[in-house]
Design a protein around this ligand. Structure first.
Ligand SMILES: *[C@@H]1O[C@H](CO)[C@@H](O)[C@H](O)[C@H]1NC(C)=O
Ligand SMILES: *[C@@H]1O[C@H](CO)[C@@H](O)[C@H](O)[C@H]1NC(C)=O
Ligand SMILES: *[C@@H]1O[C@H](CO)[C@@H](O)[C@H](O)[C@H]1NC(C)=O
Ligand SMILES: *[C@@H]1O[C@H](CO)[C@@H](O)[C@H](O)[C@H]1NC(C)=O
Ligand SMILES: *[C@@H]1O[C@H](CO)[C@@H](O)[C@H](O)[C@H]1NC(C)=O
Ligand SMILES: *[C@@H]1O[C@H](CO)[C@@H](O)[C@H](O)[C@H]1NC(C)=O
Ligand SMILES: *[C@@H]1O[C@H](CO)[C@@H](O)[C@H](O)[C@H]1NC(C)=O
Length: 465
């Protein structure tokens, strides 16, 4: 009999526990920390089939708390929707199901957290910055135990340069830099509460909130003017200085600076622009109390390649250099072709590509040129920004090393032959002249003798005459 009773009791208990199941609250914590003014939903559910699920709490009349009951099959759910949470709503909330024989209850304590933050703004030259999140908890028996500071996923103590940070209740950043700005999270551990309360604190940077409005024109041949501009919301600050720069040079120092006009501080007008004016411009705006803000503006231009000379004649073993004068911004990429095939520099160590005027690969150098290097070279400038290509070609001819010598040798030969002719001629002439002289002497000599002879003959004849 006792055994039977025991069995009946066991079965009853089993059935009871089966039917009533248990009450579950989500989030599944004993104490829930809720920021003042925040909204929160808390869901209570049970598998019990008999009776309704109920929330029991002090401020049942508060319009900011609403319980919504839903029964779906064997599952009953009562969801508390809390709006604009405050210290008055803090306290113990219990969820219970009564199946007639027993009441099953689950409880959650709602703790209100009022935050007071210190969120400094980065100022160039500040020696410290202090961030803080102070909390007031209600009910008042909840006490702050400790505060841990992190930035992103990293504890402040593990950040590079972490010795500049003093993390206590507040976070002090010594010698702050612009890299320090961002959102820091204070994890506030409350005594006897499992989950710490997270409070986000910003180290603000007004500069990062500046959203510039830009006018970035494109150069076309024939344009009479170009207008570039960048306007920013100065957030009520005074503009101390505005400086326009190109390639880190103030435009007033550029060549032909009189073509650049600055009628309104955030607008630059370029008169008679040329393709060379295209590039990256910077407006450096200094607002009161802030480090300078650089706004980058593109003056765009499609790809362009200057004409090469008609052709290039080289002598075997010479070094060849071809310069591809590229223009355009954003900068096009340069590719060299030889006889319509991409020039492959990795295949030939004699070939080298170097930058020219900031355009990568625009200088082609081939050392110790060979006959096989002869051909038609093309420089192709492709702009992915414009999806446009500019191409120019040059014919390269390679001559025999002696080729240049031949004309010289020819001249030398000519000179030699000429000299020889002159020499021979001169020699002959001299010879002839000598001969003639000899002949003349021969005829003159005897004639003298003759004369003498005549005279002799005459002398004897004279006395006779
Ligand atoms: C939230 O509650 C506070 C008082 O606790 C009240 O001053 C405030 O106006 C309420 N805000 C909203 C949006 O209802
Ligand atoms: C930081 O610099 C600004 C402007 O110079 C100044 O107003 C502010 O008081 C400084 N703050 C700290 C914490 O030094
Ligand atoms: C705090 O900031 C982190 C990102 O830094 C964000 O994921 C999180 O939702 C924020 N928490 C609150 C309570 O705003
Ligand atoms: C520049 O020339 C192009 C094409 O002719 C034209 O569409 C554009 O409006 C011109 N821009 C200026 C500022 O003159
Ligand atoms: C341009 O800015 C300077 C200060 O950098 C100011 O003195 C000047 O009045 C401004 N000019 C115009 C036209 O806005
Ligand atoms: C250049 O030659 C190397 C080796 O023969 C080859 O791996 C590479 O793909 C070639 N590059 C081009 C652009 O043809
Ligand atoms: C670029 O231009 C070529 C025609 O010249 C066209 O086939 C291709 O789709 C274009 N690419 C893009 C990304 O617009």
């Amino acid at each position: 009999m006792a055994l039977l009773n025991l069995i009946r009791f066991t079965v009853l208990t089993l059935v009871l526990s089966f039917t009533s199941g248990e009450v579950t609250i989500v989030p599944n914590v004993g104490d829930l920390l809720i920021k003042e003014g925040a909204s929160q939903t808390i869901e209570c559910s049970t598998e019990s089939t008999k009776d309704n699920l109920e929330w029991d709490y002090a401020k049942k009349d508060d319009e900011n708390v609403k319980a919504i009951f839903v029964k779906q099959g064997a599952k009953q759910t009562s969801t508390l929707e809390i709006k604009n949470f405050s210290a008055e709503l803090a306290g113990s909330y219990s969820c219970k199901v009564n199946d007639g024989t027993s009441v099953i209850t689950e409880e959650i304590n709602l703790v209100s957290v009022a935050e007071t933050k210190k969120e400094p703004t980065y100022h160039f030259g500040n020696t410290t910055a202090e961030l803080a999140c102070n909390v007031v908890l209600s009910p008042s028996e909840y006490m702050v135990e400790s505060v841990t500071w992190s930035k992103g996923d990293m504890l402040v103590s593990t950040l590079p340069d972490s010795d500049r940070f003093e993390a206590k209740d507040s976070l002090v950043i010594n010698k702050p830099t612009r890299d320090d700005v961002g959102v820091y999270t204070a994890s506030i551990k409350i005594a006897n509460v499992e989950t710490p309360y997270k409070c986000n604190v910003s180290f603000k940077d007004e500069i990062l909130n500046i959203k510039p409005t830009k006018v970035e024109p494109t150069y076309y041949y024939g344009n009479k003017t170009a207008m570039l501009s960048c306007s920013i919301n100065t957030a009520g600050r005074t503009v101390q200085n505005v400086l326009w720069l190109k390639n880190d040079t103030p435009i007033s120092n550029l060549k032909e600076s009189d073509r650049f006009m600055n009628p309104d501080n955030n607008t630059l007008i370029i008169d008679d622009p040329t393709r060379d004016d295209a590039g990256l411009y910077i407006v450096r705006i200094t607002l009161d109390g802030l480090p300078p803000y650089d706004c980058k503006i593109m003056y765009k231009a499609g790809p362009f390649v200057e004409d090469f000379k008609k052709s290039k004649n080289l002598i075997e073993k010479d070094n060849m250099e071809l310069q591809c004068k590229v223009k355009g911004y954003p900068k096009p990429t340069v590719t060299w072709y030889k006889d319509n095939a991409i020039l492959n520099i990795s295949q030939d160590h004699r070939i080298e590509l170097l930058p020219l005027d900031g355009y990568k690969n625009a200088r082609l150098i081939i050392k110790g040129i060979e006959f096989s290097d002869e051909g038609e070279y093309a420089c192709k400038a492709f702009s992915s920004y414009f999806n446009e290509t500019a191409i120019k070609t040059i014919t390269v001819r390679v001559k025999d090393k002696l080729a240049a010598l031949w004309p010289f040798l020819g001249i030398v030969c000519e000179v030699v032959i000429l000299c020889a002719i002159i020499f021979i001629y001169e020699k002959r002439r001299n010879k002839r002249a000598e001969q003639e002289e000899n002949n003349a002497q021969e005829t003159n000599g005897p004639s003298l003798e003759k004369k003498e002879g005549l005279r002799h003959r005459g002398t004897p004849g004279n006395p006779g005459a």
